[in-house]
Design a protein around this ligand. Structure first.
Ligand SMILES: [Zn+2]
Length: 91
């Protein structure tokens, strides 16, 4: 089954398929992108360290969805920075 651009692909493998329209693109710390609905994008950001939202590619979000994504993105980046500074101390 080929995933389409509008299919939410951020569900957990063991969970049921998500029927929501994928409107959010998230990018992980390695630059890989995935699209999903706002609810699963928030969950994914909370579960992936160093991920962020590709806002340019994320359309049709309401104020609350943006806020939730923004907060999760911030947490993910903070986690990334603290891990990064532990693994690679500044010279
Ligand atoms: Zn979803």
């Amino acid at each position: 089954m080929a995933a389409t651009r509008f299919q939410c692909t951020l569900t957990i493998a063991s969970g049921p398929a998500c029927q929501s329209y994928a409107r959010v693109t998230i990018v992980d710390s390695e630059g890989a992108t995935a699209r999903g609905c706002s609810r699963h994008a928030v969950a994914a950001l909370d579960g992936i360290i160093g991920a962020y939202v590709d806002w340019e590619d994320s359309r049709g979000l309401n104020e609350w969805e943006r806020q939730a994504l923004d907060l999760s993105e911030e947490r993910s980046q903070l986690a990334w920075n603290s891990v990064g500074s532990e693994l690679a101390p500044r010279p």
